[in-house]
Write a protein that binds this ligand. Structure first.
Ligand code: AMP
Length: 411
């Protein structure tokens, strides 16, 4: 296995003055990117290609969030999309030398517990994990191959969404299936690991006394999951074998009795492609709201019985998971919200924290309305916080570390 990357904490030498670090997140039909300087948390440029194909669109912003006109170029494949992004990058930041590229890779299997430098052997290993994440892994690999071609000789680093959870105890890692499935790698991997890693680092910096204890992080975005972190280590996560399990999401179902799938197969005679379409794309908030929306902001504004049904279920599942995670850790010292919903929806945060006084959770409504960092009331036993997550920065830090740039941002 390739050596793991270790960071040090010093000022970067002058030689890195023009060095840039590219963080890439290649999805099935999207490519998100951020370009960072050698040190610091502010990206020089961020952007996103959506609907890769004939209808592709590319939006780019500079370091201050101002829109940039993309260079002319195709967006028909991951390769061409990346070339168009690079052409814009070269035009806007001509002196910048990309020194390393970091990639989000959804699945690191049972072995990868930290970012690794990618070589052909590593790519082959990633490909063997595609059967575990068929909707994401092949696109992550395409993104790496496209970047290798675009930046020949430049270090490519893979950062895994599963890595943060790999030390989980067996009871959270296994299903109660015949044990051969565990041996085959059918395990509860947990995802959103880059987000949890960022939050753990940030909490260690701003609230080390809490991070030394029992923390539940609720990453609530279009994808949503929760993680119980005991003394800085993941001990339970709501996502399991795939990114379908746990909380309901924008369009994904969350936890489901496997008997429902047998019903779809046996009674409805649906095939796997049809079932996959329902579970990944037609369920969650979208399905519960009767097709109204997968977007929390739209549901909150709609204020209809259908939107209430979706939000009620979302909140109920978060509360249920929270109780389970507190039980696993023997209590809870802090609850941290992040992700688009966790960071912005005061309604969801308020509703989640209602009736949890028995867990020491009580929010200050004024602080919640302002989306302050600490939103719990002064006398509450459990601290409730909002910590905006930065998966792109975790990837950039790994890319920097891979070529030996000392970490100076508060990792
Ligand atoms: P993410 O996937 O982390 O970008 O999160 C996307 C989700 O955050 C969508 O469901 C959005 O509707 C939700 N979101 C973003 N801003 C707000 C807001 N101000 N109020 C409620 N939900 C929001």
């Amino acid at each position: 296995m390739t050596a793991e990357i270790v960071t040090t904490d010093m000022e970067a030498p002058d030689v890195w003055r023009d060095a840039g670090f590219l963080a890439l997140n290649a999805g099935s039909s999207s490519l998100k990117f951020a370009v960072f300087p050698a040190q610091g948390e502010t990206a020089l440029m961020t952007g996103q290609v959506d609907r890769i194909g004939p209808e592709g669109t590319l939006k780019i912003k500079d370091g201050e969030g101002r829109p940039i006109e993309p260079a002319a170029g195709a967006l028909t494949s991951h390769d061409t999309a990346l070339s168009t992004v690079i052409a814009t990058l070269k035009r806007e930041l001509p002196d910048l030398e990309i020194a390393a590229v970091g990639h989000r890779v959804v699945h690191g299997g049972i072995h990868y517990t930290a970012p690794v430098v990618v070589d052909e052997a590593a790519l082959e290993t990633f490909a063997t994990l595609s059967s575990f994440a068929p909707l994401h892994q092949p696109h992550n690999i395409s993104g790496i191959r496209a970047a290798m071609e675009a930046f020949p000789g430049v270090v490519q680093v893979a950062c895994f969404d599963t890595a943060f959870h790999r030390g989980q105890p067996l009871v959270n890692d296994t299903f109660a299936l015949p044990h051969r499935y565990y041996e085959q790698g059918v395990r509860r991997y947990g995802f959103h690991g880059l987000s949890y890693e960022y939050i753990t680092g940030e909490m260690t910096r701003i609230a080390p006394h809490l991070m030394a204890g029992r923390v539940v992080v609720a990453h609530l975005g279009n994808g949503a999951s929760m993680c119980a972190i005991y003394r800085g280590r993941s001990v339970a996560s709501s996502m399991g074998f795939s990114a379908l399990d746990g909380l309901p999401m924008g369009t994904r179902c969350g936890q489901l009795d496997p008997g429902v799938m047998l019903y779809m197969l046996d009674q409805e005679k649906l095939n796997t492609a049809q079932i996959r379409q329902i579970l990944y794309n037609e369920s969650g908030l979208l399905g519960l709201s009767g097709g109204l929306s997968n977007d929390m902001r739209t549901l909150e504004e709609a204020d209809t019985p259908e939107s209430h049904r979706a939000i009620d279920y979302f909140v109920f599942r978060i509360q249920r998971e929270l109780g389970a995670m507190a039980a696993v850790m023997g209590g809870i010292d802090a609850l941290v919200f992040c992700g688009g919903i966790g960071e912005n929806s005061r309604v969801v945060r308020r509703r989640v924290c209602e009736r949890l006084g028995w867990m020491g959770i009580e929010i200050d409504h004024g602080r919640n309305a302002e989306s302050a960092t600490v939103i719990s009331s002064e006398f509450a036993r459990t601290t409730v916080m909002i910590v905006p997550t930065r998966e792109d920065l975790v990837i950039a830090r790994a890319a920097r570390a891979s070529v030996g740039v000392p970490a100076k941002d508060p990792a």
